[in-house]
Design a protein around this ligand. Structure first.
Ligand SMILES: C[S@@+](CC[C@H](N)C(=O)[O-])C[C@H]1O[C@@H](n2cnc3c(N)ncnc32)[C@H](O)[C@@H]1O
Length: 241
């Protein structure tokens, strides 16, 4: 029976990453205020990983490969997964032949990706999880649990709200203003779209969902109460189709 109530994760919410022109511009825009290599190295440091060459990793919502491409240089095996085929196409164009043997790109998402190989040591999701509404975030976390080995790591990097709700206007205005100052007007519009049309949630909600999906939060870091990094450990298996 076809479940007509299942969330369609290919129908983009907010910024539309299925458009070719957006994928083309993505790296140019993001690299005006992001250093992908520095981000990758600081993630490895945050997670305390020293043996990456022995590890397998899934990058869910890999986009144009900001993380996956650096991972190919260090990890044993990389799976880059994204609902947008044009973002994946862009990632493939950037891949150097030297490191293309240990990566697979898969056009699927948090809810639809069916990981057929052995569970991985590390699952990363960077700036993508907020595309799901909260109910579906919980389902996705349960599915992620099945993709990760026992004692394996879940790394989430996303916009998460860690402030009292009654403060929301002032907090969000200041955050949007700072983005414009650091990254320009175009990016201001992107973060306005993020707040208005995408599904970032409160930290206390996301913490609860992570723990209910069989993970322990080992460490959580946020410098501005918005952009948040989670280091989680899978402590038990969960049951989900
Ligand atoms: C802001 S980009 C982040 C890309 C990359 N992780 C980075 O750090 O640059 C968000 C990505 O999430 C993808 N995405 C949106 N909904 C998704 C879903 N349900 N499952 C997997 N990826 C999704 C989009 O296609 C887009 O490539």
């Amino acid at each position: 029976m076809l479940n007509n109530w299942i969330y369609d994760e290919y129908k983009h919410c907010g910024v539309d990453y299925s458009k070719e022109e957006h994928a083309d511009e993505y790296d140019r825009e993001h690299q005006s205020f992001r250093d992908y290599e520095k981000e990758f190295n600081s993630m490895i440091e945050f997670l305390g990983l020293s043996n990456t060459q022995e590890l397998s990793v899934i990058d869910l919502g890999c986009g144009t490969g900001a993380t996956s491409i650096f991972a190919t240089e260090q990890f044993k095996k990389v799976y880059g997964v994204d609902v947008s085929d044009v973002m994946i196409h862009q990632a493939k164009k950037k891949l150097s032949n030297k490191f293309s043997g240990n990566i697979e790109f898969i056009n699927a998402g948090f809810l639809t990706y069916n990981h057929k190989d052995e569970p991985v040591d590390l699952l990363i999701t960077k700036a993508a999880f907020h595309h799901l509404p909260d109910f579906w975030k919980q389902i996705a976390l349960l599915k992620m649990n099945k993709m990760i080995k026992k004692d394996g790591i879940l790394y989430i990097f996303d916009v998460v709200f860690d402030f009292q709700a009654n403060d929301y206007k002032d907090r969000i205005d200041k955050w949007v203003f700072n983005f414009e100052k650091n990254a320009g007007q175009k990016f201001r519009e992107e973060v306005e779209t993020h707040i208005r049309d995408e599904h970032s949630t409160f930290k206390w909600i996301l913490d609860g969902m992570i723990e209910r999906a069989g993970f322990r939060i080992e460490n959580c870091k946020s410098n501005d109460k918005f952009i948040t990094e989670y280091h989680c450990i899978k402590i038990k298996d969960v049951d989900i189709d």
